[in-house]
Design a protein around this ligand. Sequence first.
Ligand SMILES: [Zn+2]
Length: 439
Amino acid sequence: MDLLKESYSRAFLGVGGLIALAAFLFVPSLSEIPDAGELEPLVAASAEQTRVEIIGPGQTFGGVMNRVELPAADQQAILLAFQEHASPGRLRVGTEVNVRFLRGENEIRGIDVPVNSDELVRLERDDFGWHSSLVQTPVWTDTVFVAGEIERDLWSAVVLNAGLDEMPRGDRARVIDLMDRVFQWQLDFSRQIRAGDSYRLAFEREVRPDGSMRSGRILAAELVNRGAPLYAIWFDLHDDGTGGYYDLEGESLRRAFLKAPLEFRRISSRFNPNRMHPIHNERRAHIGVDYAAATGTPVMATSDGTIQVRGVQGGYGNLVQIRHSNGYMTRYAHLNGFASGIAVGSRVRQGDIIGYVGMTGTATGPHLHYELHKDGRPVDPLNVDIPAGDPIPPEAMDRWMNESDFRFALLNRAQSGPDLRMARAMASGEDASAEGDTQ
Ligand SMILES: [Zn+2]
């Protein structure tokens, strides 16, 4: 926590020279805008009145209905209707039940009960009694443009980016996950990001009424790593939602191997780049990569393959060894345990969870020891050359050219300075000067 606070205040102390400037634009998509309809010229009170009842510790939905003085017969009907979609006994403490009446009347017209962050059960009264429906919590879609430079590490450069102030902190961490998933074949964020690297992103997100992100997708990304820019442009080749990322030449970013067997945000060294390989306690020459991570952190197979070893093996402790095509082999050591279904001879796919970080064998703290071998010799996973996935096929080339030009151009909105505020004013119809500058 202290580390967090420290870097947080540093980011703000450094605001004058803050390089991590960003834009936060609302570019509504055509489909998802809640339509408020025509506004009345006069301010009129809503015809409906809402009362919010919060389910407290030890309280039940029935208790809420008692508080709003619903007759017993209605309560029975409401419970039956509710049970078509959810269990009243499973409502979480803190759930906000919205009870709607006609203004000036005591009769309850309807009740909305959120059952998770994306759905609510809507109970309504009609001439025949109570009925229920499951309603998606409304969302809108916007596009967020953000740019920053890495001063300390990627995590703080994104999570502490002043341009993302309007976004809940947990969602900012999810932006890092999105980046990690886009570049997982190109970069090990924990070991290859350097101070002075920079990023620009345009991502589309679905936002719930409370401002949190239901889902997000990077449309275009630029990551300048040691002076060399990497690009990722989203493209849905089959137009079925299962798209992927391509570079500016239309080459897939996908590779046969992930750079790292752990999700970036689970690697604890992100908090302190000076402590990247703290746990090295093996006497023989070190032929792998160590990742400090909490016990129980899921470990992924970096490529498709067949399990060769699953069990205790000397200093490796609990070890998984996987044979891959083209003479490659990987090892994952010191595991706390194995994922279910992992057995010698079983097939795994890239990204499958094979086990969990631990400190079995020769290890002084929880970490993952990872090795990559080619033709029986250890190789450096960061420097091995893995061929690219399938490029854009010729028949999709026209569409790719159009869409990638458009998405690439989005990156230019993710700039610091006056352009950014102008772009925002244009997008939202607001006065640019009303957008406070980041200082
Ligand atoms: Zn090691």
